[in-house]
Design a protein around this ligand. Structure first.
Ligand code: SF4
Length: 278
């Protein structure tokens, strides 16, 4: 029997980012039609966490739009982490708040954050075609900081943005240098406000990438994150055969996921059990 971890996301600062990542509807530059807000109410975040824990989620990620962890965001996340840890002591709390210094990351760790997510996104070479307002190197350095302060490292990226196969291989080579505990793989989901062309990878190419990731990272959590429903459609079940052992339950940052009960039914039908990460 296969096992799967369920992770979940709460987008707590949405759509306010000044960076120009071409895949991201949260950049103010592209004027995508999404919900934008400064700060989600604490009560709402706690309610969301409760609902997701009830569905079997073992991870809960606090995501903020923006390049870096600012002092204001740092205090907000620290406060939320303390509140969440009291209510859900076994929940793996993840923060995803952009580039961060060791000192900032230490504060998060002391507040109860267990993991930090910061994606390399793609290869170093291709990244300059995707974003001009910050560098891939800064992203890599934040990943190193995460490991140095003893937080669990969650880093992955997006495929299907126009990169070529050698970029995807280079991206995996870079991830190998970091040996993350979990690797989220997103499948680019096109929005007409964004400058990228729609994802032109085939389902088989997507599955091959999952298999290759699993082969190179036998002990990591390989998570299929954004784009699972839009990219794989009826063939979602194949991601588990390819080696994925985690998915996101509930909604993504700016797009809706499957109704959670449909995901749970799918896992039951596939004889996959939900396991917990402590
Ligand atoms: S820095 Fe993050 S939130 Fe901002 S545009 Fe890039 S991916 Fe989106």
């Amino acid at each position: 029997m296969k096992n799967v971890y369920l992770c979940s996301i709460s987008n707590i600062v949405s759509g306010t980012c000044l960076e120009d990542c071409k895949f991201c509807t949260q950049s103010v530059k592209y004027k995508a039609n999404i919900e934008r807000y400064e700060k989600k109410d604490v009560k709402k975040v706690l309610e969301e966490a409760q609902a997701l824990v009830n569905l079997g989620a073992s991870g809960f990620c606090l995501v903020t739009a923006g390049k870096s962890l600012t002092p204001k965001v740092l205090d907000y996340i620290s406060f939320l982490a303390e509140e969440l840890k009291v209510k859900f002591p076994k929940l793996n709390l993840i923060a995803c708040n952009g580039t961060a210094t060791k000192q900032q990351l230490k504060q998060l760790k002391n507040s109860g954050i267990d993991s930090y997510n910061h994606n390399l996104e793609t290869s170093q070479n291709f990244y300059s075609q995707i974003c001009t307002t910050h560098t891939w190197k800064e992203r890599f350095e934040t990943c190193e900081n995460i490991k140095e302060v003893g937080l669990r490292l969650c880093t992955g990226g997006i495929i299907g943005m126009g990169e070529i196969d050698s970029d995807r291989q280079d991206f995996l080579n870079s991830l190998q240098k970091l040996n993350p505990e979990s690797i989220p793989i997103n499948f680019y989901h096109h929005n007409e406000a964004l400058p990228l062309k729609p994802n032109n990878l085939t389902i088989n190419q997507g599955l091959e990438f999952i298999s290759e990731t699993r082969k190179r990272f036998p002990n990591s959590i390989v998570m299929v994150a954004g784009g699972r429903e839009s990219f794989f459609g009826q063939e979602q079940y194949k991601i588990f055969e390819a080696g994925a052992n985690a998915i996101i339950i509930g909604n993504y940052l700016t797009t809706k996921g499957n109704e959670p009960h449909r995901d749970l039914e799918m896992l039951k039908k596939l004889n996959i059990s939900i396991i917990h990460l402590h």
